[in-house]
Design a protein around this ligand. Structure first.
Ligand code: DAK
Length: 259
C-alpha cells in the first residue's frame, strides 16, 4: 500500500522518515483508513535500512483530535471487540526504530495516545494535550489511562481523564510528557533534526536502547536490569561495537554498519 489518502509520506533528509497525518478538515481524526495507512508507512520505514528514525506529525493546528467519533458512534461492544482497530495500534507498538511525535495544536484522545506511544515528543508552544473521552461517555482505550499516569503521575492523570483538563505545552514539559517545547515555526524542524542525529548513530544499539527503555514501563527494577544486561552483552556480538570502541581508541569517527 502506498497510494495514501489520509497521510503524506516523505524522506525530508537522509535517514529520516516523515509521516504527516493529513485529514485537516477533521482535525486529523484517526479513522480506520488513516490508522491502516500510518501503520503501513511506519512498517515500511522500519524495514528500510536507509531509515534510522521516524517522525510522526500533524499540522500546526492539530496533531490529531483522536479516533473518528462518527465512525465509532453506532458500534456495539461486540463490534468494537471484533474490529481490527487494536491490531493497528499493536503493530505501531512493535516498530523497532525510534518514533518521534512532533506535536502542535490539539493533541486529544487517541491522538494523545498515539503521541504517547511514540518514543519522544517535541511540542510546539501551542500544543494542547487532553483525553476528552469522558465528554462522549467513554474512557481512553488505546493506553491513555496507563501511559498518561506513568508519564505525569496519578493526580494529574485523574484530572485530565476524569475532568477533561487540558495540559499546555509547558505543563506537558514539566510533567515529563514532552522532552522539549519550541516555537511553532520550529517544532517540526527540531523533530526532524533530532531524528537525523539519532539516525546517524549505531543502529543496532539505538534499537536496543529503545527496547530497554520501553521495558522500564513493564518490568520491575531487577528484571529490567537483567533485560538491559542481556542486550548490553548482545551488542558485543555486533561489528558496530568493535568499530565504535576501536574508533574511540584511534581517535577517529566511527563508521557504523548496522550489524
Ligand atoms: N472524530 C470525528 N470527527 C471529528 C473529530 C473526531 N475525533 N474531531 C473533530 N471532528 C470533525 C467535526 O465533527 C467537524 O466535522 P464537520 O461538522 O465539519 O463535518 C470538523 O472535524 C471540525 O470540528 P469542529 O467543528 O468541532 O471544530 P472546533 O474548532 O469547534 O473544535 C475540537 C475542534 C478538536 C476541539 C473538537 O472537534 C473536538 O473536541 N473533537 C473531539 C475530540 C475528542 O473527543 N477526542 C476523543 C475521541 S475518542 C482504541 C483506539 C483509540 C481510541 C479508543 C480505543 N482501541 C485500539 C481499542 C480512541 C478514542 C478517542 O480518541
Amino acid at each position: 500500500m502506498s497510494d495514501y489518502q489520509d497521510i503524506l509520506v516523505e524522506t525530508p533528509i537522509p535517514g529520516v522518515g516523515l509521516i504527516r497525518l493529513n485529514r485537516p478538515k477533521a482535525w486529523n481524526a484517526l479513522r480506520r483508513q488513516l490508522m491502516d495507512e500510518l501503520v503501513d508507512a511506519a512498517s515500511q520505514f522500519d524495514a528500510d535500512p536507509a531509515i534510522g528514525a521516524i517522525v510522526i506529525t500533524g499540522n500546526e493546528k492539530a496533531f490529531s483530535a483522536g479516533a473518528d467519533i462518527k465512525e465509532m458512534a453506532n458500534a456495539s461492544a461486540v463490534d468494537m471487540v471484533n474490529s481490527s482497530m487494536i491490531e493497528a495500534w499493536n503493530r505501531l507498538r512493535a516498530i523497532r526504530k525510534p518514533l518521534i511525535a512532533a506535536v502542535s495544536g490539539h493533541c486529544l484522545g487517541g491522538g494523545n495516545e498515539l503521541a504517547m506511544m511514540c518514543d519522544m515528543l517535541i511540542a510546539s508552544e501551542t500544543a494542547s494535550f487532553g483525553q476528552p473521552e469522558i465528554n462522549i461517555g467513554v474512557i481512553p482505550g488505546a493506553g491513555g489511562t496507563q501511559r498518561l499516569t506513568k508519564a505525569v503521575g496519578k493526580s494529574l492523570a485523574m484530572e485530565v481523564i476524569l475532568n477533561d483538563r487540558r495540559l499546555t505545552a509547558d505543563e506537558a514539559l514539566r510533567a515529563g510528557l514532552a522532552s522539549r517545547v519550541v516555537p511553532v515555526e520550529r517544532y517540526l524542524d527540531e523533530a526532524i533534526e533530532l531524528a537525523a542525529q539519532i539516525a546517524a548513530r549505531a543502529p543496532v544499539a539505538v534499537q536496543m536502547a529503545k527496547a530497554a527503555i520501553n521495558k522500564a514501563y513493564e518490568l520491575g527494577l531487577s528484571e529490567g536490569m537483567e533485560y538491559e544486561k542481556t542486550l548490553f552483552y548482545f551488542l558485543f556480538a555486533t561489528e558496530d561495537q568493535k568499530e565504535g570502541m576501536a574508533a574511540f581508541a584511534e581517535k577517529r569517527a566511527a563508521v557504523w554498519k548496522g550489524r
